[in-house]
Design a protein around this ligand. Structure first.
Ligand code: HAM
Length: 423
């Protein structure tokens, strides 16, 4: 018989890891609520053109990483590789999402990219993302970047670097691209020197050469003037206001003139948060402004900014700093000695659960106390409730504290009160 395993680049999230997921998701929900963002849930697949148009034809995601398929009705659909394009689609489709020209939304769920799997890089991964739609002022950028930082702070993540940059607007972009072409110069030698990914970028989108990870490409760019010096006065002012605002809020950050990001929709502010506790896949959060995307997707011209972080990478970073997160609810184990007391045990179990206690009983009908205590130990129960013949006659139970070993006999009807006082 063939055995099956998960597809390459995907993984089962086992119960031992779930407390990390719950912590990350609940910390995000609580924090985003404080900033007055609302949750939105969009489909896991969308029309392929949404991403082709939204993310950009020349990007790695659209060129090689999308899970696109034709359904039985001949529709070309794509498993979402990211969340921004679907949110933009939703905002255009449901204009009522915009109140006072603003929509502040967040989302959480699986994303799919056909990438080469390695530690921290998967084909199905999970993002939590935030989009602030409708505000062009730098205060929105400051709120978004500081909220991302405060989230990691609340989680207790250490050794983070916040990289911030501005890639200019549609007016500055042709100027920047031309400056990069000029700086790199003669195309003849470029063919031999630039990496195979950067060569087509030279003509199509030179800006992307800036964040190439290839050392040779990096070397040719050293000495390149900061692209921010080539931007319009409005872009420069915007960036300075963002920087000043982050300083006022005491958000530690670095200006990284080479940060351009891999999706085509960005304008002006871009940012990325890096964990120094991770290996090659060290970007735990990425985002930026996308002032032209909503219009490009068929909506009214509307500015916007957002970010997304990868849950798997955050868990790796938490584990790298040896942060152990466990389910902390203590377990109460009921041990009836003999089958006669099973029904009483079941009733107690029901009472405990209805009173908010996590509790368990072994239904394998073991009669002896010793083996039941062994099971309770394995399950890491904090208290065991022993129901025996002698106690049943007196309407009492024995509560064993598994940490101290102390056994206390109490009236059965005081069980909940007693345990409430103990836990
Ligand atoms: P992104 O940089 O492509 O941006 O992804 C954001 C985060 O998702 C990354 O920083 C990383 O933590 C995680 N991530 C990406 N790919 C993988 C992968 N293959 N395996 C594991 N984790 C991964 C976006 O997706 C934009 N939509 C962010 C945004 C929102 N910009 C504006 N609004």
């Amino acid at each position: 018989m063939t055995t099956h395993s998960v597809p390459r680049g995907t993984k089962d999230i086992l119960p031992s890891e779930i407390p990390y997921w719950h912590l990350i998701e609940s910390t995000a929900r609580n924090l985003f609520d404080l900033y007055n963002y609302q949750e939105i849930r969009t489909p896991i697949f969308e029309h392929a053109e949404l991403f082709e148009q939204g993310i950009g034809q020349g990007t790695d995601i659209v060129e090689k990483e999308m899970y696109t398929f034709t359904d039985k009705g001949d529709r070309r659909l794509t498993l979402r590789p990211e969340g921004t394009a679907p949110i933009v689609r939703a905002v255009i489709q449901h204009p009522e999402l915009i109140h006072h020209q603003n929509a502040k939304l967040y989302y959480c769920g699986p994303m799919f990219r056909y990438e080469r799997p390695q530690s921290g890089r998967y084909r199905q991964f999970h993002q939590v993302g935030v989009e602030y739609i409708g505000e062009s002022n730098p205060e929105a950028d400051i709120e978004i970047i500081s909220m991302a930082y405060r989230f990691f702070e609340a989680l207790g993540l250490e050794k983070l670097t916040v990289n911030v940059n501005s890639i200019g607007d549609e007016i500055s972009r042709p100027v920047i691209n031309e400056a990069i072409r000029q700086f790199l110069g003669n195309t003849k030698w470029l063919e031999k020197e630039l990496c195979p990914r950067c060569l087509p970028r030279f003509n199509q989108n030179p800006l992307r050469i800036l964040d190439c990870k290839n050392e040779v490409c990096n070397q040719y760019l050293s000495g390149m003037p900061d692209i921010k010096t080539l931007q319009s006065a409005a872009c420069k002012d915007h960036f300075h206001s963002v920087i000043d605002g982050l300083k006022r809020l005491k958000i530690p950050f670095k200006v990284n003139p080479f940060l351009v990001r891999g999706l085509d929709y960005y304008t002006r502010t871009t940012f990325e948060i890096i964990s120094d506790n991770l290996g090659a896949q060290n970007a735990i959060c990425g985002g930026g402004r996308y002032d032209n995307l909503i219009k490009k997707m068929g909506g009214k011209s509307t500015p916007a900014i957002g970010f997304a972080f990868g849950i798997e990478r955050i868990i790796l970073a938490l584990q790298a700093q040896k942060k152990v997160i466990k389910n902390t609810h203590s377990l109460i184990f009921i041990a009836p000695i003999g089958y006669t007391y099973y029904s009483q045990g079941m009733q107690m179990l029901d009472t405990l659960r209805r009173s908010g206690f996590k509790s368990e009983m072994d239904y394998a009908q073991k009669n002896d106390l010793k083996s039941q205590l062994k099971t309770a130990n394995k399950l890491k129960a904090t208290f065991v409730i022993i129901l025996g013949e002698e106690e049943a006659l007196k309407n009492t139970i024995i509560v064993k504290n598994m940490k101290t070993g102390i056994q206390t006999e109490i009236p059965s009807k005081t069980m909940v009160k007693y345990l409430q006082a103990q836990t």
